[in-house]
Ligand binder design. Structure first.
Ligand code: NAP
Length: 459
């Protein structure tokens, strides 16, 4: 039945999409909002990006899930928009406006030889794996005592920390059983974090950096190598004024001065090292890095001096970019859809009517979860301001959307269906003393949402 109200689709049920949906329905304008996601589960990066041991950070789910109350926002999961799914143009026939909140799903590359060898992976795959993402059920190669993680952002810290934790530490988190089993069988003992600039340039946030020191059986080794010797870290602490940088330097200086302990695992922080090539024929056997130095202009330059680290797994955690959205402009340099106040604009700066963006696809892969709220509120305000002037959709009836999905062979997952999977995960968790255990296999997820016995046909 058509409600007569304008209809808005939010594509992407991650934090940015859900903040936008909440802002849309919180306004005085009567509007019907559907949140579509290609997966049968909501919460996007909160579910599939926040590290399993960051339990508090996941509690934002309680806020993000609120708009799915009866009669408010509709969840339409299991629906892929764009390539391999429903074309955007077809979706537009059902909605007055579309807000794209699809994030940045592609790992940036290093552009060095050996990057495609087995054992060389982007952080997206390994984070997706330990977060139980159905696209990343294959375990990384953990049959190696040493791993390199390239990058100095919070994702590099997450990966290093999860790999250095004991399986027992992770048993009470939501990691799938298969992840715990692979970590138990794994041989990783040394995680080398390779940082191309100096300790004052890391993008870590201090709380996350300090957390490396709280692991049950791992210690942090700050490699000094003469570059930081002679109290250089302490000197930096004297000169640097930025609070975040100072807090990071203080943590690093403490570790640099600490006497080695007896932990069986180590996280090595290696500064001023830029990856040059990944070694191996059938799989990764090492990584060659070039020592770098800071010039007077504050930029790093290569010194020509190379060194090799024997590692069997290389994880690049050097940021993300986005998949272009067919039918919308895209800036490959920033990995974003160009926009003004959330309104998509074309190359001439003209607004593309009815198309909006929010979150990482709008501003690039930066900021914490809360950063998306401000962004989403602004985008929602643009949508609400424009709605009276936008033409009504060709098919305003919600039943027409069901017919479109059916024509594409899609059986959508509504909120009640997701809650069945939610309950199943909580039930599974009880057996391991965890709040939940993620179901990572897509067929098992679909069986749970549709209330079928495991192995049943979800279609
Ligand atoms: P990021 O913060 O942008 O860090 C990317 C890192 O990669 C930088 O240290 C960068 O070094 C390095 N890098 C880029 N290209 C490189 C290359 N070719 N060789 C070597 N190093 C290279 O990105 P991120 O870690 O993916 O995080 C994305 C966003 O999510 C950030 O805003 C982050 O804070 C947030 N996040 C937050 C949490 C949390 O709050 N716990 C957890 C995960 C992610 P340069 O600085 O030298 O360019």
């Amino acid at each position: 039945m058509a409600s007569g109200r304008p209809r808005v689709a939010v594509v992407g049920a991650g934090p940015s999409g859900l903040y936008a949906a909440a802002a849309l329905v919180a306004s005085e304008t009567a509007v019907d909002v559907d949140v579509l996601d290609r997966l049968p589960a909501p919460y996007g990066l909160v579910r599939y990006g926040v590290a399993p041991d960051h339990v508090k950070m996941k509690s934002v789910i309680r806020v993000l899930g609120r708009p799915f109350g009866p009669g408010e926002v509709r969840f339409v999961g299991g629906v892929r928009i764009g390539e391999g799914g429903i074309p955007l143009a077809a979706l537009r026939e059902h909605y007055t406006a579309v807000v794209h909140a699809v994030g940045s799903a592609v790992d940036r590359r290093l552009g060095i030889p050996g990057e495609d060898l087995p054992g060389s992976t982007g952080s997206g795959a390994i984070v997706g794996w330990y977060c139980g993402h159905p696209d990343h059920v294959a375990a990384p190669l953990l049959d190696t005592p040493a791993v390199a993680v390239v990058g100095a952002g919070n994702v590099a810290l997450d990966v290093a920390r999860v790999l250095a934790r004991t399986p027992d530490e992770l048993a009470s988190t939501d990691v799938p059983d298969a992840v715990l089993d692979a970590l138990r069988l794994g041989r990783v003992r040394d995680v080398h974090v390779l940082i191309r600039r100096g300790p004052q340039h890391v993008k870590f946030t201090p709380v996350e950096l300090r957390q490396l020191g709280d692991l049950a059986d791992a210690e942090v080794v700050v490699h000094d190598d003469g570059l930081l010797a002679g109290g250089a870290l302490d000197d930096l602490l004297e000169t640097v004024t930025d609070r975040r940088e100072r807090a990071n330097l203080a943590a690093l200086a403490e570790w640099a001065h600490a006497t080695p302990g007896h932990a069986t695992r180590r996280i090595h922080l290696r500064f001023l090292r830029s990856p040059v090539r990944i070694l191996g024929t059938d799989r990764v056997t090492g990584i060659v890095v070039e020592r770098t130095a800071l010039g007077a202009d504050g930029r790093v330059r290569g010194t020509g001096e190379e060194e090799t680290l024997d590692v069997g797994l290389v994880v690049r955690a050097v940021g993300y970019t986005a998949v272009p959205i067919a039918g919308l402009p895209f800036d490959p340099d920033t990995g974003t859809v160009p926009s003004v106040a959330g309104r998509v604009v074309d190359a001439a700066g003209e607004v593309v009517p009815g198309e909006y963006v929010t979150g990482w696809i709008r501003r690039g892969p930066t900021g914490v979860i809360g950063t998306n709220k401000h962004d989403a509120v602004e985008t929602a305000a643009s949508v609400l301001a424009d709605l009276p002037a936008l033409p009504p959709p060709a098919h305003p009836d919600a039943d027409d959307l069901a017919a479109l999905l059916d024509a594409h062979g899609v059986r959508p997952v509504d909120w009640t269906a997701w809650l069945r999977l939610d309950a199943e995960e909580i039930r599974l968790g009880a057996a391991r003393g965890a709040e939940r255990i993620k179901v990572a296999d897509l067929q098992e997820m679909l069986a749970a949402v549709h209330g079928l016995p495991a192995g049943g046909d979800p279609r």
